[in-house]
Design a protein around this ligand. Structure first.
Ligand code: BG6
Length: 480
């Protein structure tokens, strides 16, 4: 059951305030919150950089404009007026005394502490917060990567739990903040049409693709220590999978939702390295910060299995990577074919399989791929797409980081990852991590702009990957 409502925060403390995440995601999110009147607290940046207050405000200003060129000057000014910067070494007790004093000045009792810093610094920061008593009531927001494997994730959980109870640890997976991803939950459980079909009796296979055209874009040094399995498979992809695989939660409470996800992962077999293919785009080893002989993957495809009453025997094919042919995040449910009697006897081709495809990236929506009669005398069918673009139909969505920061300040845990789920997802990918680079599991090269190495077809056992639906086709259908 729920631990009960948490008090709204009265201050936001940003560790790593001059870093990359703050620049790309957090300042723009603060701007949007200010614009939507949901940012009502002081924002205290903490950083080791030796910056003046003025330089810090200018940096925040520039970060907002870089992400939102049309940002309104008055709204930016209101954000800047909330900012304070505390400079100091995280290992220096003085930094923490100043932070405690600053929060007191703001009469803050329930601050949110956002860790936009490397995970190696989490223990120091958590313990230092405790040293000045700031852990007693505040909440802590922790960014991914949450560990490097099962053992380190468990260790990190132990470290944080020594200082904060689980209900006050908010682990970010920004996919959980995306409206398109949350719509998987809403779409599934607000349409009775799907439920009778949503099981092993009707579903033949499921494919999940997360493809990016970009390479590592200046993050080579970080990426080369991580790879695709840790970067997106263990977190974003498995979270998406859980939302389409899980049973209906018994209520809206966060713990009910988390319980159902946990059941999916409990029923999921750890990845079989023999049913996984890792790839690396040609040119990756020349990226700055990447080892010249790197065997880190920039692509992975794997077959997963969920041994539940609903899904036993249905293959879940997942693939994700960088330097691929398109930007797309899609979930495709492939249904079994109908008995072909009518068509066989009439001499026509067997109808193609129906698909339900959730598009989760830009222009998110859903596409039903169905069969309809081909014009003419014959009883033939052909494929038609019934598609909707949700932004066109319903209006623009809010950004993930804005929604997550809103929730963290309000104390709503639903869109954050619970301890047991994070550990379960590491358990699922652990054999993939252990086998990477070992005999039979080297990385296969692929060219940028392709769909990854040809070997990725192997895990489909004779099937092929569905190319993601072109968004233009989807919107053309939606408006026709
Ligand atoms: C991040 C990964 O978590 O997600 C990046 O570290 C990846 O490598 C990004 O590019 C993708 O997020 P989005 O929201 O652009 O799909």
């Amino acid at each position: 059951m729920s631990a009960g409502p948490q008090p709204a925060a009265d201050a936001l403390v940003l560790f790593g305030a001059t870093g990359d995440l703050s620049k790309r995601k957090l300042f723009p999110a603060l701007y949007r919150m200010e614009d939507h009147h949901t940012l009502n607290v002081p924002v205290v940046g903490v950083a080791r950089s030796d910056w003046s207050d003025e330089a810090f405000r200018q940096h925040a200003h520039d970060s907002i404009l870089a992400a939102i060129p049309e940002a309104k000057a008055a709204v930016i000014e209101s954000v800047l007026a909330r900012l304070d910067l505390i400079q100091g070494d995280y290992a220096d007790p003085k930094t923490w005394a100043v932070l405690a004093r600053t929060l007191k000045k703001h009469k803050s009792e329930h601050a949110v502490f956002y860790m936009a810093i490397p995970p190696t610094m989490f223990p120091t920061v958590a313990e230092s917060l405790a040293s000045v008593g700031l852990n007693e009531r505040g909440r802590i927001v922790v960014e991914k990567p949450f560990g490097r494997d099962l053992a380190s994730a468990m260790e990190l959980n132990r470290t944080l739990h020594a200082v904060f109870p689980e209900e006050r640890i908010f682990r970010i997976d920004h996919y959980l903040g995306k409206e398109s991803v949350e719509d998987l939950l809403v779409f599934r459980f607000s349409n009775t049409l799907l439920e009778p079909l949503w099981n092993r009796n009707y579903v033949r296979s499921v494919q999940i693709t997360m493809s990016e055209t970009i390479g590592v874009e200046g993050r080579g040094a970080f990426y080369d220590g991580v790879g695709t399995i840790r970067d997106v498979l263990q977190n974003h992809l498995l979270q998406v999978l859980a939302l389409v695989a899980m049973e209906p939660p018994v209520g809206p409470d966060s713990s009910f939702l988390q319980d159902e996800k946990a059941k999916v992962f409990s029923a999921m077999r750890p990845i079989d390295p023999a049913a996984m293919v890792r790839g690396q785009y040609v040119g990756y080893r020349e990226e700055q910060g990447v080892a010249a002989d790197s065997s880190v993957e920039t692509f992975v495809a794997a077959k997963l299995e969920v041994d539940s009453w609903r899904w036993a025997g249905v293959p879940w094919y997942v693939r994700c990577g960088k330097g691929l042919a398109a930007n797309a995040t899609e979930v495709t449910f492939e249904f079994r074919e109908p008995p072909s009697l009518l068509f066989d006897e009439a001499g026509g081709p067997t109808p193609e399989r129906n698909l339900v495809r959730f598009r989760l990236g830009k222009h998110d929506g859903v596409t039903f791929t169905l069969q309809a009669k081909t014009p003419g005398q014959h009883l033939d069918s052909q494929q038609v797409d019934v598609a909707v673009d949700f932004a066109a139909a319903l209006g623009e969505r809010r950004e993930a980081y804005e929604r997550l920061l809103d929730d963290a300040l309000a104390g709503i845990p639903r869109r954050f990852a619970r301890e047991d789920i994070v550990e379960q997802t590491w358990r699922v990918v652990q054999p993939a991590l252990d086998s990477a680079g070992k005999a039979g599991n080297s990385v296969h090269p692929y060219f940028r702009g392709s769909w990854g190495p040809a070997e990725a077809e192997r895990i489909l056992g004779g099937d092929t990957w569905y190319p993601p639906v072109a968004t233009t086709a989807a919107s053309a259908n939606a408006s026709s």
